[in-house]
Design a protein around this ligand. Sequence first.
Ligand code: CAA
Length: 380
Amino acid sequence: MDFELTEEQKLIQTTARDFARAEIAPKAAEIDKSGRWPGEIVKKMAELGFLGMAIPTEHGGAGLDTLSYALAMEEISAACASCGVIMSVNNSLFCDPVYKFGTDAQKKEILAPVARGDKLGCFGLTEPMSGSDAQTMATNAEKTADGWVLNGAKNWITNGPHADYIVVFAVTDRSGPKIKHTAFIVPKGTPGYTQNAPDHKLGIHGAHSCTVFFENCKVPDSAILGAVGEGFKVAMATLDGGRIGIASQALGIAKAALDTSVGYAKERKSFGVPIAQHQAIQFMLSDMATELDAARLLTWRAASMKDRGARHSMESAEAKLYASEMATRVAHKAIQIHGGYGYSTEFPVERNYRDARITEIYEGTSEIQRIVIAASLLKA
Ligand code: CAA
């Protein structure tokens, strides 16, 4: 097995790292504190091609592979986890399914501007009463003579307050033993598609999310993404890719916490020596680095499988499960190494700790990842 990145992948990694360190990291604490939307950073990410990384150039994307996307996601998220998830939702949860399941017209009119970053996308699966058990959604779409009428609500919609389009899932047939879902692309401004104020959250304060509502929202047949009745598979296949994005976000958060901790351990003295000389600190740093590398290898494997066109549901779930729980453990140790300073906003590790926590929840909780892994194991 070759763990060496290609020259192109190394270039993407360096470009993302330099950009993140120079233009995002200095603003990350302020974005977290103010909770403002980092619009100017989203614009620059678009200019760098980071909002449609694995979409072919003829559809407005950067024409790169999923591994390059994972590398860039890690670097951006190391600087600012909010910017990381804004990027991840646009790439994985909007561009990827529109590229995979969209019609030529949808690719031309909708995918290209979103992949270029001129427009922004979001993904509406979760509802107030159905998160993990996604199939049981209440949102309905009823067929009319000239299209569909959507009714329902979706919540925790990352990018929702700023997105120009949503990929939204609705039940279109409840008559048989299995309910059937269909995916739709709905542009902002469609009558009946509204949203409430952004959510208040523990972390990722710059990545605005909200509840969106569909009240007698009429869309044409051309809004359907994929086939009628096949929407749940569109959602699941999309999340297989999305979980690589979130695993990469977790890698970035953990890397930031580890790097800060190494720097601090060399500077801070106790008992007459830098604390880096105490085995208690060395052991924590060693465990943090080992777990981070293990998570990175799982994530890169899932990304490589996606690039090869191999089914990667189990591998993405393993990567997301391990990387997200690892990020929380690493950020926890980072605070411990910093002592009282770690608990204060003077150092970024308390932000890393708050930001890490969501990676264990969105795009499928750790418990859902275990269900996906077990299902793959048991069906073999
Ligand atoms: N790819 C393609 N098809 C798939 C699939 C996949 N990865 N996984 C399942 N399917 C298909 C199955 O083959 C099955 O097809 P048939 O009906 O033809 O047999 C169908 O989908 C239903 O599959 P299951 O019976 O396995 O479905 P389930 O109801 O048992 O649920 C689940 C499976 C894994 C629990 C799923 O509901 C799930 O992933 N839940 C978590 C939802 C989630 O991750 N939400 C996150 C929201 S997005 C978000 O967080 C965005 C954000 O803002 C950042």
